[in-house]
Design a protein around this ligand. Sequence first.
Ligand code: ADP
Length: 549
Amino acid sequence: MTTPGDRGVARPGAWWRLGPFVEPATFQVAFTIFYALDAGFRVLFGYRFGLLSGPGLGAVAAGVLLVVALVVPWERLDPRLSLVLPVADIAVVGVTRLSPEGGNGMLLVFPALWLGRTWGRIGVWTTGVATLLLVTVPALLYSAPDPILMGRAVFFPLVAGAAALVIADGMERVRLGRAEAERQRDRLAEALETIDHQQRVSQAIFDTTDVGLILLGRSGEYAGMNRRHREFLELAFPEGHRGRAGQLGNVFAADARTPLEMEDMPSYRASQGEEFDDVRMWVGDDPAERRALSVSARTVRAEDGSFAGAALAYHDVTDFMRALRVKDEFVALVSHELRTPLTSIVGYVQILEEDETLTPRAQDQLQVVHRNAERLRRLIADLLDTAQRDGRPMPINRTTADLAAIVVESVEAARPAADRAGVGLTLSAPDRLSLGLDPQRIAQVVDNLVSNAVKYTEDGGHVAVRLSVDADRAEIEVTDTGIGISAPDRERLFTRFFRTADAASRAVAGAGLGLSITKDIVESHGGRIEVESEPGRGSVFRVRLPLQA
Ligand code: ADP
C-alpha cells in the first residue's frame, strides 16, 4: 500500500497522478539551466540580442517562471495547476524562436518529458497541441516563406510529442508493473492470512479430538502433539518426558504386565520408519488409572521420498479391553461349569449305546443325542481354549507320533457326517509318518479342517484330504468343492468369532473359533497354514509342519 509520503509512486485511479508528481521546481530549474546555457553559448560566440527581441523576452519569461516554480507552494494546490509551467516553458521556446537566428528548439524536450512523465497520455496531447499552437503557428507566421524554418516549425510538435509519448509509455509500464506487484503483495498477504487461519483451525481440531496425536521429526524428536496426548504422556512418564521417541516409562505390553523395551515402543518403531496399526499397550502404573491404547503409525516422506518423520495416533481402548477381559472371564467360567455335566451326559450316552435291548429307533435317536453332545463338548473346549489363553501362545506337549494315523482317524471320524451330507470324502496318505508333535492338538487341526470342508460343501460335492512329505516338512492339504471364501473374508478367516456371511446365512452351525485355534496350534508347532479359495468353486486349506521341531 502506498502512503502520502511516497513521492514519485503511482496511485492508480486518479488521472492527474498518472505519472509521479515531481516537484515543479525540479523540472523548472533544469529547464532554466539549459535555457541559460543555450543563450550563454550564443552570447559567447558573439550573438547579441535586445531585451525586446524574441530571445530577450524568452529569457525574461524563463526567469519569471523559475521564480514562480520556486515560490508557489505546489503541494498545497491542485496538482493540475502545475500543468501551467511546462506549457509556459513551451511558450518560452516559441517566443525565443521569434528571431532571425531562432532559439534552440531542442529545449522543448524538457517540457515534453515533464508533461509525458507527470501526466501520461494527457501530457502527450498537451505537449503536441501546445507546441503546435505556441511554437509552430507563430514560427510559421514569422518565418514564411523560408522553407527550412517552416519545415522545422512543423517538425517540432512531432518530436516533442514523440518524446512525451516515450516517457509516458515508460511511466505507464512502470505504473502497471507496480500495480501488479501490489496486487501480488495483497494476494500473498491474503494467502498468509488464510494459512494462519487454517493453522489455528487445525490446532483447534487437533486439540478437540479424543485421539492422542504426535508428530515426530526426522530424528525422532517430538515436533508437535495435542492436548489428549499430553494426558497420556503424564500417565506414562510421571517424571516428565524429554521429547524424544523411545523413552522408557510406565508403558506395558498388551498383557498389562510386561514393560516395553525401547525397540518395542511404538514411537521408537515409528521413528525407525515402521508403519503399523492397532498395536495395543497399557500406560500408567496404577491399575485403577492406567489406560489401554491402540496405536497406529504412518511415515511422513519428503519430496525426494526420504524419511521426514512420522505421525502417530493413540486411541484410548481401555473400556474395550476391560470388556474383552470380562467377556473372556465369563466365557471361561460358563464353559467350565458346562463341561462337567456334559462329560457325564456323553459317558452315560456311550453306556446306553452299548445296550442291545434298545429298539433300532431308540438307537438312532441316541446317536443324534451323542452327536450333538459331542458338538457341544467341542464348542465348549474351543471356548475354554480361547478364553483361557487370552492372547498367550498355545501350550503344546510334543511327543513322537504318527501323523498318517492321526489324519486317517480324523477322516474316518468325519465320514458319517460326510455321508449324511452326500459329500464324497477321499484320503491319500503314506502308511506311516512319524514326527514330533502334540498328537491331540494336531488331531484337532485336521478335525477342524476336514469337518469345515464337509460342513461348507453342498450335497454331491467332494472333499479330498492328502498328506505328503518332502525333505523338511509334512503337508496336510484339505480340498473341497464347496461354497468358497471371498478375498476380503479370507483376510479375516483366522480371527476369533469370524464367520463369513455366506456360512451364517446357510444356517451351518459354528462359532467361528475353529480356524483361529487351528492357526495357533499350527504356529506353535513352527508351521504355517494358508488358504486358497474362490467363491462358489471351493477351497484348499494347506498346513505345513516342519519335520525338525
Ligand atoms: P465355524 O465353527 O464357524 O466353522 P471356523 O473358525 O472353523 O468356524 O471357520 C470360520 C469361518 O470360515 C466359517 O464360519 C466359514 O464361514 C469359513 N470357512 C471355514 N472353512 C471353510 C470352507 N472349507 N469353505 C468355506 N468356508 C469356510
